[in-house]
Design a protein around this ligand. Structure first.
Ligand SMILES: Cc1ncc(C[n+]2csc(CCOP(=O)(O)OP(=O)(O)O)c2C)c(N)n1
Ligand SMILES: [Mg+2]
Length: 627
């Protein structure tokens, strides 16, 4: 039998293949790979670059190319996109060999840790080694097979190097399988040697026929459901922890029905905030180190914790001090067996929506008692007053960050999106933010990567142009990675960027001071010759002018009132707009009544450190192994 073949280069075959992949969940089809971010260099300009150009010119493959300004940022943008699209669609990223590729390693780690799909295409040294060492090639005297792209292995859920054209089809199929598997997904890396990209091959035509990848909703095994229900039915003080899996699975309505049927309160994680609207009678806010004292009080007393789509990060469990009931049991509803097995819980390996629906049915007739309901309603009511005060503090002379978050929260529509990742804001947001829509709260806190904010916001806006995206970025994060403002400008993708200037690391400064290290090395200041420390005058740095120089409109504000007015102006504009405000990093923030394990020096010549060590040892006594 003659198999019809198509003669294309490896890169042309790759592009054509990617353009014809589709994903399907709940009967809805979408294209799987939406487009390709890239930055060209000698490693990919004539291979993948030529293939993308040819696809555009001939129309034989539809894969739009987006030019990013930084390779790490383009992975962040891809993650922002895939997260907004609930992991049903993803981007590919092409980078040149060497630094272009290794710049993507941080983005790969972020994607894998957050369980968000992205296809990475780092370029690699010559498979033939004809010209080795090529510019930017790592030479390892022990092996000619080692490349900088091996650094992607621990941060990828699938990794392969295409050294022969014949290897491409099976690698592509494996890559698509991992990208669309909710339990496996994360960064997928296909390293592409620069010569192989340009090499021609006769491909079976079947490689390019449209292919659909079905994103499953695995049902719970009946016996496992029985075990989970047995534990839950015996619970007197149960607590649900809703993680990102609830949102990616579009399980909010199922969670709401479960909560209303059982009366069990629902706390949320950074990735799960908004799964249940903040003002629902069962919603008790964020849990853990940066959570609300309400959820943390309930966590402390809970006899059963039902984790849904959560990976139980140390922030969620307050470094394993959050749950103090002596016989606390965990029921872990998760699509990934790896997460379902945590804390020796009863594992319920299932899709979040399907699992919650099954649980609601199997729990029929169960309801928490009145006393419990009254208790958490009272706690919630008083916490709402605390949040209102933090939102309207009237702090002087510079406003408090909580007032900026409050003004933004009160300004934003339900469907608008707030994007953040690192600094003091994720903590304040997790504690104080009031989210109603499951896609409103977009805080990357798996990797908490400074620099995600603007790039991630770009991806989020690309995924849902109908929503206004408000990026919150601190001065530290801004300095690390503001370059995608230029991409937003050139693509006419409108972002609203709130730039919060507090002259350094507000977050690590207060952490440092709480650990007895006196904010050492966390301020952006001149070095003071008298002290030898970075505690001199404020620097002559103007980040607002910097943003304007990148092509954004900039609104400088000094008071909360001006800030709120600027938000309106930003919304009304169709151009990327930066709203600049300076805040007081020392302004008060409500307490989460929780803890985070950051070890303090066991021996120290500083009295401040000795005091912090004593407090650390006392807090550490609450840390538990849940067995
Ligand atoms: C890439 C990266 N480097 C270092 C850190 C550690 N870190 C966490 S928050 C922070 C400071 C962030 O400063 P800024 O963006 O100004 O926010 P602020 O703390 O002032 O709110 C640092 C250095 C990090 N999360 N990510
Ligand atoms: Mg700062």
């Amino acid at each position: 039998m003659n198999v019809s073949t198509v003669r294309l280069t490896v890169a042309q075959a790759l592009v054509r293949f990617l353009a014809s992949q589709r994903s399907e969940r709940d009967g809805v089809q979408r294209r799987l790979i939406e487009g390709c971010f890239g930055i060209f260099g000698h490693g990919n300009v004539a291979g993948v670059g030529q293939a993308l150009l040819q696809a555009h010119e001939t129309g034989e493959a539809d894969l739009r190319y987006y030019l990013a300004r930084n390779e790490q940022a383009m992975v962040h943008a891809s993650v922002g996109f895939a997260r907004m699209r609930n992991r049903l669609q993803a981007f590919a990223c092409t980078a040149s060999i060497g630094p272009g590729s290794t710049n993507m390693v941080t983005g790969a780690a972020l994607a894998t840790i957050n369980r968000i799909p992205v296809l990475l295409l780092p370029s690699d040294f010559f498979a033939t080694r004809a010209a080795s060492p090529v510019l930017q090639e790592l030479e390892d005297p022990r092996s000619y097979d080692v490349s900088v792209n091996d650094a992607f292995k621990p941060v990828s859920r699938f990794w392969d190097r295409i050294s022969r054209p014949e290897q491409l089809p099976s690698a592509l199929l494996a890559a698509m399988r991992v990208l669309t598997d909710p339990a496996e997904t994360g960064a997928v890396t296909l390293a592409l040697p620069q010569d192989v990209q340009a090499e021609a091959h006769d491909w079976p035509a079947g490689l390019f026929t449209e292919r659909t990848w079905y994103v499953p909703r695995p049902l719970p095994e009946p016996a496992a459901l029985g075990r989970a229900v047995e534990v839950l039915r015996a619970a007197r003080r149960p607590l649900v922890i809703a993680g990102g899996g609830v949102i990616y699975s579009e399980a909010s309505a199922a969670l709401l029905r479960f909560a209303e049927a059982t009366g069990i309160p629902v706390a949320d994680t950074q990735a799960g905030k908004g799964a249940l609207a903040w003002d629902h009678p069962c919603a008790v806010g964020g849990v853990g180190a940066t959570g609300s004292p309400v959820a943390n009080a309930l966590a402390r007393e809970a006899d059963v914790v039902l984790g849904v789509g959560t990976r139980y990060s140390d922030f969620t469990t307050a470094s394993r001090t959050a749950f103090q009931h002596p016989a606390v049991k965990f029921v872990n509803l998760n699509v990934a067996a790896f997460d379902a097995g945590k804390h020796a819980g009863v594992a319920l390996v299932t899709d979040a929506r399907a699992g919650l629906e099954a649980l609601t049915e199997a729990m029929a007739g169960y309801r928490v008692d009145e006393a419990y309901t009254t208790r958490f309603h009272e706690l919630t009511a008083s916490w709402r007053n605390t949040v209102d005060r933090a939102y309207h503090l009237g702090h002087q002379p510079l406003p408090a960050q909580t007032e900026i978050l409050g003004a933004l929260n009160e300004f934003m529509d339900e469907r608008d999106v707030v994007v953040q990742a690192a600094g003091s804001m994720p903590g304040d947001l997790q504690m104080l933010w009031r989210a109603r829509d499951p896609k409103q709260y977009h805080v990357e806190y798996g990797y908490s990567c400074m620099g995600y904010e603007i790039a991630g916001g770009l991806g989020a806006k690309l995924a849902d142009p109908g929503r206004e995206v408000f990026v919150l970025v601190g001065d530290g994060s801004y300095l690390m990675m503001a370059a995608e403002i230029v991409t937003a400008v050139s693509e006419r993708i409108k972002l609203n960027i709130v730039l919060v200037q507090n002259q350094g690391f507000g977050s690590i400064g207060s952490l440092s001071s709480s650990l007895g290290s006196q904010r050492f090395g966390t301020r952006y200041r001149y070095r003071d010759p008298a002290t030898g420390l970075l505690d001199g005058d404020v620097l002559p740095v103007d980040l607002a002018a910097n943003a304007a120089s990148l092509g954004a409109d900039v609104l400088r504000t000094a008071t909360v009132k001006e800030f709120a007015r600027a938000l309106e102006q930003a919304r009304a504009s169709d151009r990327t707009t930066v709203v600049y405000i300076e805040t007081d990093p020392l302004a008060p923030v409500p307490s989460s009544a929780s803890w985070w394990d950051v070890p303090v020096s066991e021996t120290s010549a500083l009295e401040s450190t000795q005091r912090a060590r004593a407090a650390y040892e006392a807090a550490k006594r609450d840390q538990r192994l849940y067995l």
